[in-house]
Design a protein around this ligand. Sequence first.
Ligand code: FNR
Length: 183
Amino acid sequence: MAGYRIAVFVGSLRKESINRQLARALEKLAGDRASFEYVQIGDLPLYNQDHDGNYPAEGKRLKEQVRQADAVLFVTPEYNRSVPGVLKNAIDLGSRPYGDSAFAGKPAAVAGASIGAIGSALAQQHLRNILSYLDIKVLPQPEVFVHFKEGLVDAEGNVQNEGTRKFLQDFTDRFLSWIESQR
Ligand code: FNR
């Protein structure tokens, strides 16, 4: 597959996740300019510093996937006004042991959806704070706060609302340019 390799973290394990649907829509908008590789985060052990010397295989797998990627994309819901624990745990595992983070210097972008009007904005603000500490180069704009309504993305990943599709196309284009600019 040609194009940038993008490690995609979806912050929801739910099968019908609207954030997974959003990620699929972005994948479709990127077309053959990128290959989206979805990082498995549901089977990760809880991060435990006691295991730094004998790192869990699932943590090593995640770090390798991030290292092989040209960039990272986070698409996350908001849980109780913050980042879902499952996503934070994945980031913690990818960032350790100290001095051996897989994330440092990687270009990245953040997006998210909610059934509520604020479209996971607070979770994304918290996430940007975490990523900044990890020295990840996050695309500053546009912010993507999708107020998700039933049927916004069809089964093939097409965005049904024209205005939203154009906005997400612009976000995707700018993310791909951002990756190029950070190389
Ligand atoms: C939510 N939801 C939610 N929505 C929101 O806008 N702000 C919030 O703080 C929360 N908090 C929250 C906590 C928990 C534990 C759950 C399960 C849900 C609603 C959330 O946006 C909605 O369930 C989305 O559909 C979750 O995204 P996925 O799983 O569909 O990608």
